[in-house]
Design a protein around this ligand. Structure first.
Ligand code: 2NL
Length: 344
């Protein structure tokens, strides 16, 4: 029996030595050390042995098992290490390879125009205020002297959400909200940039959603000449020193008197051309003295306070400054368009 065990040992050791991978080792383990293996088989016959021989065979069997087992484990470890090394080699990263270039984004032209305009007004002591795009009928219309069924509401076709909620048609509601916060105490000096919405057919010069900047100054003794002075400074800083301005009478329900601001045409220097339709002037914004009703609803006493307000379309300013011929370029995100503004 001892000889048989030694024979099995040598056989198993040879197979382990010949094993080429983990799978081969598993087969040897199952074949020789498993419950149905020959060593177990030999040990089952131990009952027939004498009391003297039994422990010897038992010891030998254990020795054989241990020896085979530790050889298998040793080789398993070696295979695993080799596999790991192979894997590390395969997955190693060449840190000296040049990186792939990441294309840099840039400010959207509308964003940079808004920021430029904001900066000019901040330089004249204005604060920047923002507010919600979903507004109530009260803030968008009523507080601006546009009661329900007023015909001038039709000037701004509106996206209604409910009978009382709507997408703001101008950023003026931010201004009436700011007036309320001042609780009748001047001065108020703000510009309000933001998206506004109107039910319009989109074409080269109209969009149902666009950017607006409105401004509001309320204090004691504010006059039309203050408005004109602020505009003269603004236009020269934004469009260039050589630009002239003029005011033309106009109408808005929230201002009285109201005016339209023109700037002298840069294309022809005021002589008249296609861009200015032969007038030498280009209309850029609407403005006026804040209507007493609007001051009152904003919490200001119109006998003590007066103010001026204005509103401009940001797209129009960007189009005039950069010679863009179609408003839709701002929203279609064509990189050939956007890439031209990486440095503004
Ligand atoms: C335009 C003209 C304008 C205003 C907006 C305003 C705001 C308050 C009070 C009075 Cl809180 N007025 N805003 C005034 C005049 C004109 O916008 O053509 N916008 C595109």
């Amino acid at each position: 029996m001892l000889d048989r065990l030694q024979e099995l040992h040598d056989e198993a050791m040879k197979k382990v030595a010949e094993a080429e991978d983990l799978n081969d080792l598993k087969e040897v383990r199952v074949a020789y050390l498993g419950k149905k293996g020959p060593i177990t088989e030999v040990m089952k016959g131990m009952g027939k042995l004498s009391a003297e021989e039994r422990p010897k065979v038992g010891q030998k069997a254990n020795e054989v098992r241990e020896s085979v087992k530790s050889y298998i484990e040793e080789k398993e470890k070696a295979f695993e290490e080799a596999a790991m090394l192979e894997k590390l080699k395969k997955e190693s990263i060449d840190v000296t390879l040049p990186g792939r270039p990441v294309s840099k984004g840039s400010r959207h032209p509308l964003t940079s125009v808004v920021e430029t305009i904001e900066d000019v007004f901040i330089g004249m002591g204005f604060n920047v205020a923002e507010g919600p795009e979903v507004e109530t009928d009260y803030y968008n219309f009523e507080s601006l002297n546009l009661p329900k069924h007023h015909p001038a509401r039709d000037m701004q076709d509106t996206f209604f959400i409910t009978s009382d909620l709507l997408l703001r048609t101008q950023t003026s509601p931010v201004q009436t909200r700011t007036m309320e916060k001042h609780e009748g105490q001047g001065p108020v000096k703000i510009v309000c940039p933001g998206k506004v919405y109107r039910r319009d057919e989109d074409d080269a010069t109209h969009s149902h959603q666009f950017m607006q900047i409105e401004g509001l100054v309320v204090d004691e003794g504010i006059r039309m000449s203050d408005l004109k002075g602020i505009f003269a400074t603004f236009v020269k800083q934004y469009f260039g020193e050589e630009r002239d301005i003029r005011l033309r009478p106009s109408f808005f329900p929230f201002t009285e008197p109201s005016a339209e601001l023109d700037i002298s045409c840069a294309m022809c220097g005021g002589k008249g051309c296609r861009t200015c339709k032969q007038t030498g002037w280009i209309e850029v914004l609407g403005a006026g003295m804040v209507h007493p009703n609007v001051l009152k609803m904003g919490g200001f006493d119109p006998d003590q306070y007066s103010g001026f307000a204005f509103g401009m379309g940001v797209e129009r300013f960007a189009m005039l400054k950069y010679g863009i011929d179609d408003i839709r370029h701002f929203y279609t995100n064509d990189k050939r368009f956007l890439n031209q503004f990486t440095r503004v």
